[in-house]
Ligand binder design. Structure first.
Ligand code: 2M8
Length: 437
């Protein structure tokens, strides 16, 4: 496998290609053979971007296989289970989700949750990396499915009624145990949360101190149990569901998806107009609902209390990926990003951490509570480029390349750069290719 390896980083490029190749599994790429041996939704989107640089055919197969598992209501499940992998290899496995018992689900077993809708963005990005007749045909096939995904989120998940999608589980944010979820999670009934009739598999493969806690898992399981008991239906969520939050990253992804869909629509001869209008509405709602002028950053809104959650996590920077974010918010987010909390600079040693470095609950080793992750840094870099901040984008890029020098780890110690979690992680490899190219 060759690809357009930039000479200066030929070794790193090859490492990333080998990592992706090692994780390739007939029609998708696993995030990690040990920790995550199935297909994950937003992982596949990021991974498709990497494949576009070296094997565009795989980029399209990756997205196509994911969308083949789309539910009739338009939701794209966050896990598509590989029937060839033992059900016990990952918890919670297919039996726990029991998707086959629900109407409108695909023949393959899936979870019932979603993840940030970065797929249109990824498909459009992948196509521009590797435009071709096959790519165009893939875009045509994907377009109605991407539209259905957006429709599901914009309608059934608009629990707050203000034009934003709610997530019904921290897993839907992709930042599972972020301090952003501490406040809403604390309200999840603990009685249900402490019953543990299951065995975690993650801590067989990764250090328990680098993963969510047992209490986090108990609550994660309790929330899925509630959603599953209602057949994963979304009507009446406000009256019965224990976790309902409007997340800035999730909704920024939803807005960015409309911008990407406008691009795709233009390319395939569909009408981009409605996508531009939806994008403008989502951006306005993100600003209106999730921006806090007193902190100068974005926060998740907990629909159960109506309040913004207090933690200043990296989620707050994500709306930068909205190309039509007003200048006032762009400037405010840049101040937040450049502060001691996150350390963005034209010359920076380490990429952005996942949580405010100055916070008392900053944990440099624990998953989404401090460590640096390539996908979030990639998204922020895209946002910087979209708003013309090329020097900051270059600084961030250099720090990302330096970070992954030690290997395509899942996440990294935000100070030492030591690799954490899976050592051969899909989206780290894929997004490294994108920033190197
Ligand atoms: C992590 O989440 C899964 C649950 O979905 C887990 O911890 O088992 C998160 O980092 C998530 O963002 C990611 O998509 C997934 C697979 O890489 O792992």
């Amino acid at each position: 496998m060759g690809g357009n390896a930039p000479r200066r980083h030929a070794g790193l490029w090859q490492l990333a290609v080998d990592t992706l190749d090692g994780n390739w599994e007939h029609d998708h790429t696993v995030p990690s053979r040990t920790l995550y041996p199935h297909q994950w939704s937003w992982d596949s989107a990021f991974i498709a971007i990497g494949w576009a640089h070296v094997r565009p055919d795989r980029a399209w197969r990756e997205l196509t296989s994911l969308f083949r598992a789309q539910w009739l209501d338009g939701r794209v499940p966050h896990i598509v289970f590989n029937p060839a992998v033992s059900g016990g290899a990952y918890f919670p496995g297919p039996e726990f989700w029991a998707s086959a018992t629900v109407d409108g689900t695909p023949p393959v077993a899936t979870s019932g949750l979603v993840q940030p809708p970065v797929h249109a963005l990824a498909a459009w990005h992948a196509y521009r990396i590797a435009p071709s007749a096959d790519g165009l045909a893939a875009l045509r096939r994907l377009y109605p499915r991407l539209v259905a995904q957006q429709h599901y989120l914009a309608t059934r998940r608009d629990v707050g009624g203000a034009g934003l999608a709610s997530i019904v589980h921290p897993w839907e944010s992709g930042l599972d145990n972020s301090p952003a979820w501490d406040a809403p999670l604390a309200a999840v009934p603990t009685e249900a949360a402490v019953m543990r009739a299951y065995r975690r598999r993650d801590i067989v493969h990764a250090a328990a101190a680098h993963r969510p806690t047992d209490l986090d898992y108990a609550r994660f399981v309790a929330i899925v149990t509630a959603y599953r008991a209602a057949g994963y239906r979304d009507d009446g969520l406000a009256g019965r569901h224990p976790f309902l939050v409007e997340c800035p990253l999730f909704n920024a992804a939803m807005g960015a998806a409309e911008h990407a869909l406008a691009g795709i629509a233009g390319e395939i001869g569909a009408d981009p107009g409605p996508h531009r209008e939806s994008a403008a509405r989502i951006t306005a709602a993100v600003v209106d609902r999730l921006y806090d002028p007193t902190t100068g950053t974005f926060h998740p809104r907990d629909l159960r209390t109506g309040q913004l959650t207090p933690a200043r996590t990296v989620l707050g920077l994500a709306p930068l990926i909205l190309p039509d974010l007003p200048t006032r918010q762009v400037e405010a987010v840049l101040v937040e990003a450049a502060s001691a909390r996150f350390g963005l600079a034209a010359r920076m040693t380490r990429p952005l951490p996942s949580h405010d470095r100055t916070a008392a609950d900053f944990e440099p080793l624990r998953y989404w509570r401090g460590p640096s992750w390539m996908n979030i840094n990639w998204l922020v870099r895209q946002g910087l480029l979209a708003h013309g901040h090329t020097r900051l984008a270059a600084g961030l890029r250099a720090s990302m390349i330096e970070l992954v020098g030690a290997g395509c780890h899942e996440y990294f110690h935000p100070d030492t750069g030591a690799g954490l979690g899976s050592p051969t992680f899909g989206w780290t490899a894929a997004l490294l290719l994108d920033v190197l190219a």
